[in-house]
Design a protein around this ligand. Sequence first.
Ligand code: PEP
Ligand code: MN
Length: 334
Amino acid sequence: MAGASEGQVQAVVDRVHKAGLSTHVSVGVARTVIGVVGDDRTKEMLRESLEVAPGVEKVVAILQPFKLVSREFMPHDTVVTVGGRTIGGTQVAIIAGPCSVESREQIMQTADAVKAAGGALLRGGAFKPRTSPYSFQGLEEEGLRLLAEARERTGLPIVTEAMDAEQLEHVVRYADMVQIGARNMQNYPLLRAAGRQKKPVLLKRGVSATFEELLLAAEYILSEGNYQVVLCERGIRGINGHTRYTLDLSAIPVLKELTHLPVIVDPSHGTGKWRYVGPMARAAVAGGADGLMIEIHPDPAAALSDGPQSLNLENFSALMASLRPVANAVGRSL
Ligand code: PEP
Ligand code: MN
């Protein structure tokens, strides 16, 4: 609807609700988009009368299985705001921090390094999804408290993972952004719960998920009313024996074509080896990523999780310097 009055928008919304469908209204500068979701046959029946309703410019059927996340629904790029920083604008957002929060000293030292190097957000796991039940599982609530303390100290917003709806309640009390990890990309109750709260969500691609599955997972979050979602390519199951996963950089242009949501890349989990992180990070920025998630640690050899893929603080600072000209070359900044 271009130039429609508030009353005209409301009249359309009322009509859709009366037919038993739900609406998602997005008010842009030039036009208001009303997303209609629900039964296909009811939508088709409503179509003709909506086409001639006052204020309606056009009615577009979205053919993709995902609706609210699709480019067709929202042609312009979504910019997600996290504690005053943005993801999805011209600036490339660098999210860095340890795989796990291990101690006060470790997280404060790391946070200082992220800030000094010009990172946008601090990451760190408090509830860790570990492949083995015998591995370090995270500091839990204490980890969240330490992250909040690191934010106080540096001003960096924090992002951390929740693995179920109960953890989510703890996480949202401390974090600026909630991470849903690869293993939980299709945890539908968690996705719905993340959609019902207000903090932005970082949704990582499952290790064998198609783009359609990833976008439908994001659709769960948006369908509950939370539009602040960032997608993260973090590597998929591949066949080469040299890297932990196969980082699928084609995810960037493909997802950007299919969705208006920001897309970031995690070359740390994607490669599993710190030596490969820099080249893949630069490639991701060159390829149009809206941000990066990088694991770093003051002493990677002593890390309680993911040490082999973590950069030390010095190497992280060098990586940041090397990313700036790449970002500039594609019309962006860090
Ligand atoms: C992480 O970010 O530490 C993590 C566990 O990532 P993923 O869910 O991608 O494995
Ligand atoms: Mn990790």
